[in-house]
Design a protein. Structure first.
Length: 270
C-alpha cells in the first residue's frame, strides 16, 4: 500500500511540474488621475477662419410610440477644428492618413514644455530649440519615442476666437490676421531628428504660429510621419514629466485629420 501511495504522489507531482503555465493576466492600465485634454465640440468651437463650423442637428428626441425615450443626432464638421489630429499627410504627400497612423504613435509617455511666460507677452511666439534645451536642463533629456506637448497657456482664451486666434473674423481675408504661438521649424527638426519624437501637441490652433504662410513645421513633422494634436486643453494639469497620453481620433479612412479625444494619465504619487 505504501508503495502505491508513493507512486501516486510521484505521478501527481510530475503532472503539476509539467502542466502548462497559466495564461498571463490582462495588462494593467496605468493607474493615476485621468485628465481630459480635449475641448467639447459645440456651436462655440473655434475653427480656422476658412473652415466650416461644427453643426449638430437633432434627428429625434422624445418618447416613442413604444413608450421609451429615444434620441439621435447627425453632425458635420471640418477635419481641422476643435481639439483635433493632424495626420502626417496634411502637409506631406504620401505620408500616413488618419487610419494609417500606428496606434503606438497616439499613446505613450509625455513631456510638457511650458512657454506660457513667453507666449503671454508675445502672441506670435515661436517655441525654439533653446526652449527645449532649457526644459532638458531642468528635467533631463527628452527620451526618444516621447510625445512632446507644448503649453502656451492659450487654452484659457478658448472659446473667445478674437483672443484665441487673434481675430474673430471669418473667411480667407481673416487668415492674415491670425496671431497665436507655434513651434519654430528648427525646433521641429531638432525634435524629429535628435529626439525622434512619437507625436507632438499644442494648446493653440496650429503647430505653426498664426502668422506662418509656409507651414514649414507641419511639413517637417509630416515628412517624418509624426502626427500632431492641436487645440489641446488643460495642459496646466499635466506635469513636465511622468504622464501617459492617449490621443485617439475618429478613424477616418483617407483623412488628413479629425476630431480627437485626448487624455493624460497622471503619475501616482509615491
Amino acid at each position: 500500500m505504501r508503495t502505491l501511495i508513493t507512486a501516486a504522489v510521484l505521478i501527481v507531482s510530475a503532472a503539476c511540474a509539467y502542466s502548462p503555465a497559466a495564461p498571463p493576466g490582462p495588462a494593467v492600465f496605468p493607474a493615476g488621475t485621468v485628465v481630459d485634454l480635449s475641448h467639447a465640440y459645440g456651436e462655440d468651437t473655434v475653427f480656422w477662419p476658412t473652415a466650416d463650423a461644427f453643426k449638430l442637428e437633432a434627428v429625434a428626441s422624445g418618447i416613442t410610440p413604444g413608450g421609451f425615450y429615444y434620441a439621435a443626432n447627425k453632425f458635420s464638421t471640418s477635419e481641422h477644428g476643435g481639439t483635433h489630429l493632424d495626420a502626417p499627410i496634411h502637409f506631406a504627400q504620401g505620408r500616413n492618413t488618419v487610419d494609417q497612423i500606428p496606434l503606438e504613435r497616439l499613446m505613450g509617455p509625455a513631456v510638457v514644455v511650458d512657454v506660457t511666460g513667453s507666449a503671454d507677452s508675445n502672441a506670435d511666439y515661436l517655441v525654439s530649440v533653446a526652449d527645449i534645451e532649457a526644459f532638458e536642463r531642468a528635467h533631463g533629456r527628452i527620451p526618444d519615442d516621447t510625445i512632446v506637448l507644448i503649453r502656451t497657456g492659450f487654452s484659457h482664451r478658448w472659446p473667445d476666437a478674437a483672443r484665441y486666434l487673434g481675430t474673430a473674423e471669418r473667411g480667407a481675408g481673416a487668415v492674415a490676421k491670425l496671431h497665436f504661438p507655434g513651434v519654430d521649424p528648427p525646433a521641429a527638426r531638432f525634435l524629429v531628428e535628435q529626439r525622434k519624437i512619437r507625436a507632438i501637441g499644442i494648446d493653440t490652433a496650429s503647430i505653426d504660429r498664426g502668422q506662418s504662410t509656409t507651414f514649414e513645421t507641419h511639413q517637417i513633422l509630416g515628412a517624418a510621419n509624426v502626427p500632431g494634436f492641436e487645440n489641446l486643453n488643460a495642459l496646466e494639469r499635466v506635469p513636465p514629466t511622468g504622464a501617459q497620453i492617449v490621443a485617439l481620433p475618429m478613424k477616418i479612412r483617407g483623412g488628413s485629420g479629425g476630431p480627437l479625444r485626448a487624455i493624460a494619465i497622471l503619475p501616482t504619487p509615491r
